[in-house]
Design a protein around this ligand. Sequence first.
Ligand code: NAD
Length: 275
Amino acid sequence: MPKLAGKTALVTGGARGIGRALALKLAAEGAHLVINDLDAAPLAETGAEIETRGGTVATLAGSVTEDGFAESFVDLALQRFGGIDIIVNNAGYTWLGTAAQTSDTQLEAMLRVHVMAPFRLLRAAHAPIRQMHERERAEGREVFRKVVNISSMAGTGGVAGQFAYSTAKAGLIGVTRTLCREWGRLKVNVNCVAYGLIETRLNMLRETGGNVVRIEGHEIELGLSRRFKENTEAMIPLGRIGTAEEAADGAYLFCIPESNYVSGQVVTVSGGLSI
Ligand SMILES: NC(=O)c1ccc[n+]([C@@H]2O[C@H](COP(=O)([O-])OP(=O)(O)OC[C@H]3O[C@@H](n4cnc5c(N)ncnc54)[C@H](O)[C@@H]3O)[C@@H](O)[C@H]2O)c1
């Protein structure tokens, strides 16, 4: 029996990288997937891959920061699959710069995608989760639901040159810890995964060029310098950068019944790296 049979999992930013790997993993364990991404084409491709492997999926393209996105995403899950069991706030990107270099626009963009959007999605999910919980309680059943917020070691420790991103990812830890206290009585486990260095589009080498993406009207250069990447990799106790699948496995631990008594935690998935 798959571990997540009959559960419905919502994953933002599920078209590529860690979100894609996690969506595939959750689907392989029997969950119905509701996935979103800014980019419609890779989102459709991930959706098709889930179906090819025998899973069920609904997709919603668009930015998590759009007004009304949270309500539409929650409605899609309820209408297609009749419930919400797992919410993974994964959509995000880096917009680098020291504090001195950071504009108001840049900080606002990072806060909107990493704090405001997860908050709005969780707020929109609150009423249906409460209703489902009350029904289950009346039936004498204890059903756990899962929130996994995807943060970063930039958020736990701060990284020079990543001011807006680090600040926003630290904010998401605040969301996690507070919601753990507010939603515990609804039997919702709220946890956070802080990644170290994972090999995705975010960490491509800047020197290879061509990694400028257009997000919400801004031209943003993703990637890391060779020097930063190599120096960081040299400090990883397990000796190398993690894969998207390994990163997804770390988040998966908070989606399964074995973590039902774990809440309010920030777990670093970094090959042992700490800052
Ligand atoms: N890769 C790492 O080393 C690392 C480290 C720490 C934290 N993270 C976090 O992990 C998460 C996943 O990143 P990844 O490394 O897989 O990167 P990625 O770029 O491969 O995937 C991120 C996905 O999120 C989508 N996205 C970005 N902004 C969005 C928006 N506003 N609305 C909807 N979708 C949006 C992108 O289109 C992309 O498909 C992010 O929150 C990132 O900050 C990654």
